[in-house]
Design a binder for this molecule. Structure first.
Ligand SMILES: Cc1ncc(COP(=O)(O)O)c(C=O)c1O
Length: 432
C-alpha cells in the first residue's frame, strides 16, 4: 500500500532513543516529588534561557496588534521583513559583516533546510561527506527523501583537541574512493561548533577547504546551528584547557568574500535560542539559483507567518539580544564547567569543547567487547542511574565507547544530582 520510501520509513525510527526518551520524560527527576526520577540528556535541547526569551515574546504579543500580512500567504522563502530582521541579526551577532536578506531562505527547522538543500543540489545516489563523529540524523535528512548517501570521514587524531586539524589530502583521497565506488562527491558538510565534540574549524582551514571545494566543484555547507552557543574560554577555570586557541570566525564572513555558488551556510533557531518547537531554519547562499529553487520548491516547507512575525520583533531588538546572548554564554559555560568538573573527579576523559550543547566523553573502560556493547552500556547507564545519554551508534566514528551528554537539557540545580548518580555507576563498575 505504500511507496518504497513509505515502506522503508514506516519501519525506520527517526532515532533509536525516542521511545526511551518519552518514557524518561514521563518520569522526570524532582527533588521532592520524584527524587528517583530520570535525567534525559540525550536530545539537543537548550532550556537555559527560555524564561528570558519567553518574557520578551510575551511582550511582543501583548503590546502589538498582529500585522495584516500574517494571515495571508507570503514569500515561501520567508516574509521579506523576517528575512531583513534575520540578516540584521546574523550580520551583527555571528558574521560580523553585512548580510543581504536576498541570500536567505527559510524552512521548517534545520532538518528541513538540510533535506531541501540536499535534494536541490545533489542527485539521488550522490555522496555527502561528513567528518566523524557527527549528528546521526544527517543520515535521514539527506537520505530519506533526497536519496543522498552519507560518507563518514574518519579524521585522524584523538579527542583531546578543541579545534580540527584538517588535511586537504584526505579530501583528495576521499574523492577518488567515492568515484571508484561509482558515486559523486557532491557535498561536504561541516558543523562548527560541532555536534557532538564541540570542536570548531579554524578560519584558515575553512578558507583552504572552501578553495578545494570550489576547485573540485563540490558544494561546501557549514552548519553553524551552534554558532552562538560558544563557551567563554577566557573563564579563569577554563583557560588552561586551551593552548593558543584561535578565534571562532563564522563561515558567513568567509562566504561574503568568496561569493561562490558552491559555498552555503545553515542555521536554525532551535539551539542558540532554545526554540526547537518553533521550527525555524535557514539556508544562506550567494547561489541565487539555489535560493530561487528553494523558493519555488519550498511552499510545503515554509514557516508559519505568525512565528516569523514574533521572532522578527525579537530579532530587531538588538539590546535584548545582546543581553540574552551574554546571559546564555555565562550559563552555558557554568553548565559545562559543572559537568566537566564532575568528569575530572571521576577521571573520565572528554573532548575539550569550544561550543555546542554537549560534552563528548570516554566511557570505553566500561564497554563489553561485543557487537551490541555500546547499546548495552547506554541502556545500563540509563537503567542504573536514570541518566539518558545519546546512544553512540549513528555518530559514525570508528572509535568505540564515547558518549554524548546534553548539558543544557536539565536544570543547572540538577546537575549535581545527575553527576552523583553517574559517579555511583562508575564506582560500582570499577569495583566489580
Ligand atoms: C547539527 C544539527 N543539525 C540540525 C539539527 C536539527 O535542528 P532543527 O531542530 O532546527 O531541525 C540538529 C539538532 O540537534 C543538529 O545538532
Amino acid at each position: 500500500m505504500l511507496s518504497q520510501i513509505g515502506k522503508s520509513a514506516s519501519k525506520k525510527a527517526m532515532r533509536v532513543d525516542l521511545e526511551i526518551y518519552y518514557e524518561a520524560m514521563e518520569n522526570l527527576y524532582h527533588p521532592e516529588d520524584n527524587p528517583e526520577g530520570t535525567f534525559p540528556m540525550n536530545i539537543a535541547e537548550n532550556h537555559l534561557c527560555w524564561d528570558q526569551l519567553r518574557e520578551r515574546i510575551q511582550q511582543v504579543t501583548r503590546d502589538n496588534d498582529i500585522p495584516e500580512w500574517v494571515a495571508s500567504y507570503t514569500d515561501p522563502a520567508g516574509a521579506p521583513s523576517f528575512r531583513e530582521a534575520t540578516a540584521g541579526f546574523l550580520g551583527k551577532f555571528l558574521f560580523h559583516c553585512p548580510v543581504d536578506p536576498k541570500t536567505i531562505a527559510f524552512s521548517g527547522g534545520a532538518t528541513s533546510v538540510i533535506e531541501m538543500t540536499s535534494f536541490l543540489i545533489a542527485e539521488p545516489g550522490e555522496t555527502a561527506v561528513i567528518p566523524a563523529p557527527s549528528y546521526p540524523v544527517y543520515t535521514g535528512d539527506i537520505g530519506t527523501l533526497p536519496g543522498v548517501k552519507r560518507y563518514d570521514l574518519q579524521l585522524p587524531g584523538d579527542f583531546s583537541k578543541s579545534e580540527y586539524d584538517f588535511d586537504l589530502e584526505l579530501l583528495d583521497r576521499t574523492k577518488i574512493e567515492i568515484e571508484q565506488a561509482r558515486s559523486t562527491f557532491r557535498m561536504l558538510i561541516l558543523t562548527s561548533p560541532d555536534n557532538p565534540t564541540g570542536r570548531i574549524y579554524r578560519e584558515s582551514d575553512l578558507r583552504k577547504i572552501a578553495e578545494w571545494c570550489m576547485d573540485n566543484e563540490v558544494h561546501l555547507i557549514v552548519n553553524e546551528i551552534y554558532g552562538l552557543s560558544q563557551l567563554d574560554i577566557t573563564h579563569p577555570d577554563l583557560k588552561s584547557e586551551y593552548e593558543q586557541p584561535t578565534q571562532f570566525v563564522s563561515f558567513g564572513k568567509i562566504m561574503e568574500e568568496f561569493k561562490s555558488p558552491f559555498l552555503h551556510f545553515w542555521y536554525s533557531f532551535s539551539k542558540d535560542f532554545g526554540v526547537s518547537g518553533f521550527r525555524i531554519g535557514l539556508l544562506h547562499s550567494h547561489n541565487m539559483d539555489l535560493i530561487q529553487a528553494y523558493r519555488n520548491a519550498g511552499l510545503g516547507h515554509s514557516i508559519s507567518n505568525y512565528t516569523q512575525w514574533v521572532m522578527q520583533e525579537v530579532l530587531n531588538d538588538h539590546t535584548f539580544l545582546s543581553s540574552y546572548f551574554n546571559d546564555f554564554q555565562k550559563l552555558l559555560t557554568e553548565a559545562y564547567l559543572a559537568f566537566t568538573r564532575g568528569l575530572k573527579k571521576l577521571e573520565i576523559q572528554y573532548n575539550p569543547s569550544r561550543g555546542s550543547l554537549f560534552v563528548w566523553m570516554d566511557l570505553s573502560e566500561f564497554l563489553e567487547k561485543s557487537e551490541d556493547g555500546e547499546e548495552k552500556l547506554w541502556l545500563e547507564i540509563y537503567q542504573q542511574s536514570g541518566i539518558l545519554l545519546t546512544p553512540t551508534h549513528g555518530f559514525g566514528h570508528s572509535q568505540k565507547g564515547w558518549y554524548r551528554a546534553v548539558i543544557t537539557s536539565i536544570h543547572p540545580s540538577e546537575m549535581k544530582v545527575a553527576l552523583g548518580r553517574l559517579g555511583k555507576f562508575v564506582q560500582k563498575r570499577r569495583n566489580t
